[in-house]
Design a protein around this ligand. Structure first.
Ligand SMILES: Cc1cc2nc3c(=O)[nH]c(=O)nc-3n(C[C@H](O)[C@H](O)[C@H](O)COP(=O)(O)OP(=O)(O)OC[C@H]3O[C@@H](n4cnc5c(N)ncnc54)[C@H](O)[C@@H]3O)c2cc1C
Length: 380
């Protein structure tokens, strides 16, 4: 039985506690699903999550707009991640992929949100390039003004949902100024002529990932999200909302690792008694529980601060993401250790958590980038 005591913390309202209960029951009945074909699995997960209403918080309701509720996003990611990493991924990408449209889109662009919130369309966020991952301002992809529209040229890589998405929010250099001030954001439908999947990328915790090629992709001026030159600000605003949710997913993985370890050490006998009676085992369990609670405090502090109307939560979100993902890695590593040989057996839950957690310390700003952000904010 997972620890739910954190839901009594003052960060939450009754609607969050209710969501956590209902979603946990839904997950127990519907997850995990087979992952043999990740494209098919993701499509199925988006369809199921959409059908049962869980995707609604990923984007604003254009007919009745209000701010995105970051605590809802975090509780949902934490709960899904505890049950099935791919379900968390499917949910998270519907939000990250449409964040720019929720925050800065025109009414026409926001028509897409009806489809992503119901699972009828899959979205993706295309920022990274082969030569600009952490160094976003060094982006090379161009969007040249041409008559009434733009022509996009270049490459994006590491794009989650690449190949299965129906729409991509793409960042490109429009050149209003050098560096970060010369980027813009565009809504590009997957069937745009000249947009192709150049490579599918396989990773240790499989999910749909691709390198995309944009060969003279023409989009109308109405594809521009926000103003020309606002792309960097838009990308950072989206990450400001969604970065703490990466911490929440890590928290879900860590909670599962802790739960599995508690169960295992109670059941497994060593030297004539349950493992859990060995003091050094208790030391591991104590450190794991401490890391989980400390991560939860930082994640939900960031989410609550944003929900209370803070314009930016750059420092809080960076702390939440850095701490929760790094500590989840430690918690899961201890879980593998406590499971002995079974911990590295292919297909065992802690073995899959060990693979799942790693990328979270790299994407949406690597751990070292979060340290840079925290240091800058602290010194300033
Ligand atoms: C599974 C996965 C899914 C992804 N999904 C998406 C997606 O959907 N959309 C998208 O646009 N991108 C996505 N990415 C890309 C991801 O955001 C980049 O991989 C990440 O930003 C790091 O960029 P890079 O790989 O080019 O590494 P680099 O930028 O080369 O960085 C390498 C390492 O250098 C260190 N480093 C970087 N900057 C600093 C610094 N200032 N100070 C000290 N050390 C530093 C960090 O340890 C970092 O890990 C995904 C990546 C992965 C692995």
């Amino acid at each position: 039985m997972p620890d739910r005591s954190f839901l009594a913390w003052p960060f939450f309202e009754d609607r969050h506690r209710d969501l956590a209960e209902r979603l946990d029951a839904w997950c127990a009945a519907n997850l995990p699903i087979a992952h043999d074909d990740v494209d098919a699995a993701c499509r199925e997960l988006v369809a199921k999550l959409g059908r049962d209403g869980w995707l609604k918080p990923t984007a604003i309701d254009a007919a009745n707009p209000g701010p995105l509720d970051v605590r809802t996003l975090c509780i949902t990611r934490e709960t899904l991640a505890r049950h099935d990493g791919l379900a968390d991924f499917a949910f998270a990408m519907q939000g990250l992929g449409t964040g720019a449209i929720s925050l800065f889109g025109t009414p026409e662009q926001q028509l897409w949100l009806e489809r992503t919130r119901t699972g009828a369309a899959i979205s993706a966020f295309a920022l990274s390039e082969p030569r600009s991952g952490s160094d976003v301002a060094n982006m090379e992809m161009t969007a040249e003004r041409n008559g009434e529209g733009y022509i996009l040229f270049g490459e994006k890589t590491w794009i989650s949902n690449g190949g299965i998405a129906d729409l991509y929010v793409v960042f490109a250099r429009t050149g209003e100024a050098p560096g970060a001030k010369g980027l813009s954001a565009f809504l590009v439908p997957a069937d745009a002529t000249g947009l192709t999947v150049a490579e599918r990328i396989e990773v240790i915790a499989p999910h749909p990932l691709a390198r995309l090629s944009f060969e003279q992709v023409r989009v109308p001026a109405t594809a521009l999200i926000g103003k020309p030159g606002d792309g960097f600000r838009i990308a950072m605003s989206v990450l400001d909302v969604f970065r703490s949710t990466v911490g929440a997913a890590a928290l879900g993985f860590a909670r599962r690792a802790l739960d599995e370890s508690v169960k295992r050490t109670a059941e497994r006998k060593l030297f004539g008694a349950p493992m859990a009676e060995l003091q050094m085992v208790q030391g591991h369990i104590a450190d794991m529980a401490l890391d989980v609670d400390a991560a939860a405090l930082l994640v939900y502090r960031a989410a609550w601060t944003k929900d209370m109307g803070a314009a930016r939560v750059t420092r809080e979100a960076a702390m939440a993401k850095l701490f929760a993902t790094d500590k989840a890695q430690d918690v899961i590593d201890r879980a593998v250790q406590l499971h002995g040989g079974d911990g590295v057996r292919r297909g065992h839950i802690v073995e899959s958590l060990y693979r799942e957690i790693r990328a979270l310390r790299i994407y949406e700003g690597a751990s070292d980038v979060q340290r840079v952000i925290i240091a800058r904010q602290t010194i300033a």
